[in-house]
Design a protein around this ligand. Sequence first.
Ligand SMILES: [Zn+2]
Length: 87
Amino acid sequence: MKKLVPKKVRVLVFATFAVGFLIGGAAYCWKSTPLSVLAMAIILGALGIHLIFYRCPHCGKFLDRSTGDYCPYCGQQMDPEEPPQDK
Ligand SMILES: [Zn+2]
């Protein structure tokens, strides 16, 4: 399986959460049970994506809420496709 870059996982999880909350809002407005179940499933799915894929591409440790460019465990850069930025 191809490893996902944490930055992309974050975008994917955020987008999935956003869709889940939008559907949840619609379900609340329309008082629709199937829609609220769907919204719950999507939000749980987003959590699942976060837990499964939000890992360091180098050491594989779960990154939790870490959003830095470098892994807090092994110190490697998170995004191997992006060259290090010189300031
Ligand atoms: Zn690491």
